[in-house]
Ligand binder design. Structure first.
Ligand SMILES: Nc1nc2c(c(=O)[nH]1)N[C@H]1C(S)=C(S)[C@@H](COP(=O)(O)OP(=O)(O)OC[C@H]3O[C@@H](n4cnc5c(=O)[nH]c(N)nc54)[C@H](O)[C@@H]3O)O[C@H]1N2
Ligand SMILES: Nc1nc2c(c(=O)[nH]1)N[C@H]1C(S)=C(S)[C@@H](COP(=O)(O)OP(=O)(O)OC[C@H]3O[C@@H](n4cnc5c(=O)[nH]c(N)nc54)[C@H](O)[C@@H]3O)O[C@H]1N2
Ligand code: SF4
Ligand SMILES: [Mo]
Length: 705
């Protein structure tokens, strides 16, 4: 029987609406849903891979346990009963013997794209309130959270660029044409950029690589990796110096701009020009254009977050928006009002309430930086990490100095992974618990409606029935939690299903039963393309979570960190700096096993400027040695003047040729893992976020033996 299903794509933050046609148990076609009020029919090539994920023979369908035969390792399918019982028992045994901090937890990026994981992980984790909690946050957006916490009073209250109504868009360290947008749910961004420039608006991109996004921009400026905080400080310095700062409608509730202006006095456009590689005249012109625009956006993402001054960058970006009155302004950056308002439902977050055992790095939101995971496993002493739960994460490929973590994981007493694949990380597990495929469970974007350029809401039913003998991610958490509760003598309680929680969230949300919309799950089921709740609206100061509903720009920890930034004014040492790269057909480390996405030319190449190649006696296509403090790799070199001289670029998420990895297609084009040479000690010293961009590296003609 042929049927058409509405299903949101959960693979990236653009959350495009899809129409999936099935023929009995098979996917016949996947298309964009033209009636989706947010994505308007847009999709990218990854949407089609939903079918490939579902059908992939390498995807695990049953729990497996590791069986050792001397040195050899094999995996044996076991029942859910056995897998859940023994996981709960092993975690509890280590907890009882060594204390709660002996249990580690790492949750990866797809957690946020899977509402069952978001709503139910605490069924298990509430019993293990360990200091050793980690996630992809500290290899990604931790500086954004800190800026929002300190300025707006809540870690997840992010200003969202209102691209469809802006006149001037200054974008740093983001490549939405490849990434489809991040902390900015903006499906069909390419068309929105074209519309912006077609109506006479300007997009100015600041990036060490001339990216796919830069190619559409009105202006692109190369910047030396890691120097954006200097550039931003100089923009603000110019605004204050030339009396262009004016917070307009924000003035009644904004404090501290004078303090910030005084603190930024050393960072004139002239002073930062050498270190940034952008001349003073250009910096001043950008500041003037920004201030002159009726509505302007300053936005920066991965490239300015995962670098040595990540927290300073995200703060200065928001101070730019505030100092020009472009926060909370149509065409500037606004806060959303999502139908299920998780921001109001969860705590604001906190910083540095405890520190990591070995290196003393700060926690954020009860998590420690992922960069300390390996040393917490390998360093003896009380509080040593002995057991690890990973869920939807691949930290061996995704965290800095992944090679060291790869080795450390072998020292654990017990590891369990909630993951559909036997990959670089989960190969270290004792037990792998594979959830249902994405098409076998229902879906609501708890996470990404919060960051979307328009308020909409949409619920998708499962496309296929859950196969006999399988469990959803949330059911695994519920079942494990039930077992641990029983062992600890707690009364069992039946968990609510995720869709029931969403139903309540909608009813008690801003468009719920006390509003004219009366939104609940039934409304969304009746409108499977989604419900439109309108464009973003100004909401300040009401939406702030700060005491007294004021914004204090003079954040003491950030002002103090400017002393470290002054050290960066000395300019570059002339060495090579490594940056990353995303391609629209990649998705971090886990979508290289689908033929349709990896066919064609090899994408895991090192981009090097021709002048640097000549300097090193290396030619386009050569195999060369790329080294850093932590290790070395043999890479295939690709000559390209799209990177600025002194910068080399390698994508992350490759390196699939390790022993025991069961990803047939990915292994055939394994590539190398750039995180084998990123550095667990190269961090944003304030936030503890990994600086996977701007890593000092050397290049040599001879490949590794
Ligand atoms: N196709 C695809 N889409 C994805 C993903 C994916 O892997 N593939 N991943 C998803 C995830 S988890 C995320 S977080 C988002 C990320 O979304 P984005 O941040 O939009 O994506 P990136 O391509 O990482 O863009 C970072 C940019 O920063 C630049 N950069 C590097 N160092 C510096 C620097 O020091 N200064 C400046 N100004 N720029 C710098 C890089 O050249 C790059 O262009 O993408 C999401 N979407
Ligand atoms: N050098 C460098 N390093 C980076 C980055 C970079 O730009 N450069 N980007 C960083 C960023 S932004 C991020 S977000 C991280 C990502 O880092 P991680 O989140 O650690 O890794 P992913 O590659 O997203 O791996 C996702 C895992 O989840 C599994 N999975 C997928 N869907 C599901 C599901 O529905 N349920 C369950 N249980 N499992 C699922 C996959 O099989 C895979 O094992 O990487 C970071 N690392
Ligand atoms: S842009 Fe993102 S959400 Fe849209 S189809 Fe592609 S992967 Fe899916
Ligand atoms: Mo990310």
């Amino acid at each position: 029987m042929r049927q058409t299903h509405h299903r949101a794509c959960h693979l990236c933050e653009a959350i495009c609406g899809l129409l999936i046609e099935t023929e009995d148990e098979r996917v016949a076609s996947i298309k964009g849903d033209p009636d989706d009020p947010l994505s308007r029919g847009h999709i990218c090539p990854k949407a089609i891979a939903l079918r490939d994920i579902h059908e992939d023979p390498d995807r695990l369908r049953r729990p497996v346990k590791k069986v050792r035969d001397g040195d050899a390792v094999r995996w044996e399918e076991i029942s859910w009963e056995e897998a859940l019982d023994s996981t709960a028992a092993r975690l509890l045994a280590i907890y009882r013997e060594h204390g709660v901090d002996a249990i580690g937890i790492y949750m990866g990026n797809p957690t946020v794209h899977n509402y069952g994981m978001m709503t139910h992980q605490n069924n298990l984790f509430r019993f293990f309130r360990t200091k050793n909690r980690f996630s992809a946050t500290s290899v990604d957006q931790l500086p954004h959270h800190l800026a929002s916490l300190w300025l707006f009073g809540h870690k997840s209250l992010f200003p969202i660029p209102d691209i469809d109504r802006t006149d001037y868009f200054l974008m740093l360290g983001a490549n939405p044409v490849a990434s489809n947008g991040s902390i900015w749910t903006v499906p069909d961004v390419r068309r929105r950029i074209k519309d912006l420039t077609a109506r006479g608006g300007r997009l100015v991109v600041i990036d060490p690589r001339r990216t796919e996004t830069a190619a559409l921009a009105s202006e692109h400026h190369f910047i030396r990796p890691g120097s954006d905080a200097l550039f931003l400080a100089a923009l603000l310095n110019t605004l204050f110096d030339e009396a262009l700062a004016d917070p307009r409608q924000l003035a009644p509730f904004v404090d501290g701009l004078d303090t910030v202006a005084a603190a930024l006095a050393p960072f004139t456009a002239e002073a930062v020009a050498d270190s940034t590689g952008i001349d003073a005249g250009t910096i001043r012109a950008i500041a003037r254009d920004f201030a002159a625009a009726e509505a302007a956006i300053c936005y920066g993402r991965m490239g300015v977050s995962t670098q040595a001054f990540g927290a300073l960058c995200q703060w200065l970006i928001q101070v730019m928006n505030i100092a020009t009155g472009n926060l909370d302004r149509p065409g500037g950056s606004l806060f959303t009002l999502p139908a299920m308002d998780q921001i109001s439902n969860i705590g604001p977050g906190g910083f540095n309430r405890h520190q990591s055992r070995v290196r003393g790095l700060p926690e954020f939101d009860r998590e420690l930086p992922a960069a300390v995971m390996a040393e917490e496993i390998t360093t003896p002493g009380e509080g040593r990490l002995r057991a690890l739960f990973t869920g939807a994460g691949n930290p061996v490929l995704s965290t800095p100095n992944g090679r060291a973590l790869d080795e450390a994981l072998g020292q654990l007493e017990f590891m369990v992974s909630l993951d559909p694949y036997l990959n670089e990380t989960t190969r270290h597990a004792d037990i792998i618990l594979p959830p249902t495929s994405p098409l076998e469970h229902d879906h609501y974007d708890i996470g990404f409606h919060i960051n979307a350029i328009r308020n909409t809401a949409r619920y998708s039913e499962a496309v296929f029935d859950k196969p006999e003998g399988s469990l959803h991610d949330w059911e695994v958490f519920a079942a494990l939690g039930e077992r641990v509760a029983a062992a600890l003598g707690e009364e069992p309680r039946k968990p609510m299903a995720p869709h029931e929680m969403v139903d309540l969230g909608l009813q008690f949300g801003p468009y719920g039963k006390d509003s004219e919309h009366r939104l609940d799950l039934a409304t969304l089921k009746a409108n499977p393309s989604g419900v439109d709740l309108g464009p973003l609206q100004p909401q300040l100061p009401g939406r702030l979570f700060t005491a007294g509903k004021r914004i204090d720009c003079a954040v003491p920890l950030l002002l103090a960190d400017l002393a470290r930034l002054r050290g960066a004014l000395d300019g570059d040492n002339g060495g090579l700096r490594l940056i990353g790269r995303r391609h629209v057909r990649d998705n971090n480390s886990w979508m290289h096993n689908y033929h349709r996405l990896v066919k064609g030319r090899d994408r895991c190449t090192l981009l090097v400027h021709p002048a640097d190649l000549a300097r090193h006696g290396i030619r386009d296509g050569d195999r060369a040695r790329l080294a850093s403090r932590t290790g070395e790799l043999t890479v295939t070199v690709e000559a390209s003047d799209s990177v600025m001289p002194g910068v080399v670029s390698l994508p992350h998420g490759y390196g699939h040729n390790r022993d025991g990895v069961r990803l047939g297609t990915a292994r055939a084009k394994a590539g190398v893992s750039c995180n084998d040479i990123t550095d667990d000690r190269w961090l944003d010293a304030l936030s503890g976020n990994a600086a996977v961009n701007g890593v000092p590296v050397t290049l040599a003609a001879a490949p590794l033996p």
